[in-house]
Design a protein around this ligand. Structure first.
Ligand SMILES: Cc1cc2nc3c(=O)[nH]c(=O)nc-3n(C[C@H](O)[C@H](O)[C@H](O)COP(=O)(O)O)c2cc1C
Length: 191
């Protein structure tokens, strides 16, 4: 019996990276909000490769990740195959602090689908003491705006990214700054 509280998953939305497997065996990774309400776990997923994979093979792993670069890469491009490892044939991220594997039940919507999640397995690789870093949080916010910018191409998303970049510059470390550099490159904008 997996207690998701042991993985730091509490009520509210935890930003994790979902790994899924396509019907033809290709792994995919994308940041997704893991919702917990009382004991119910679910995700709201827009039409995407993650959703397609879950519809084809109803399983997903929530990878708990603290690397800003991994968040940016998995938001905006494909991860290299060597970033994955396999547990009973299912992909998880090698650099995850831990992962929880879920069986999925999907209520398909036209634009967004509700995916109910039942934990079946999990592993904690590393427990870290980690103070809040505004630079890290700003990379996560920027990544969300970047995923919207690549779809809608609206200036308001670039303005938000620019604002969050001022926080990354002030509060982030080398990894956060590298992540922002990569984000700008992947959305085709000069910093
Ligand atoms: C922190 C963060 C949280 C996100 N949460 C969600 C989410 O809950 N649902 C969703 O559909 N997309 C979410 N996204 C956007 C997807 O990660 C993004 O659209 C991604 O490109 C989908 O990739 P895929 O087509 O490989 O599945 C989030 C992005 C970030 C950066």
């Amino acid at each position: 019996m997996i207690d998701t509280g042991d993985f730091g998953i509490h009520d509210g939305i935890s930003e994790v990276i979902f790994t899924t497997l396509s019907k033809d065996g290709k792994p995919n990774a994308a940041p997704i909000g893991l919702h917990k309400k009382e004991e119910r776990l679910f995700a709201m997923i827009y039409n995407s490769r993650t959703l397609e994979n879950i519809l084809g093979r109803p399983a997903a792993a929530a990878n708990i990740v603290d690397d800003p670069v991994l968040f940016v890469q998995s938001s905006l491009c494909d991860l290299e195959p060597e970033r994955f490892e396999y547990v009973d044939g299912f992909p998880v991220l090698k650099d995850a602090l831990g992962w929880i594997l879920f069986d999925c039940r999907c209520k398909k919507g036209e634009k967004i689908s509700l995916v109910e999640l039942s934990p079946v397995d999990g592993k904690i690789n590393q427990r870290k003491i980690q103070p809040v870093n505004r630079g890290f949080n700003a990379v996560i916010e920027s990544s969300i705006h970047a995923t919207r910018y690549v779809v809608f191409k609206e200036k308001k998303y670039l303005d938000s990214i620019e604002y969050y970049n001022t926080i990354v510059k002030k509060c982030g470390g080398a990894r956060e700054k590298e992540a922002m550099g990569m984000l700008y490159k992947l959305i085709g904008i000069t910093e």
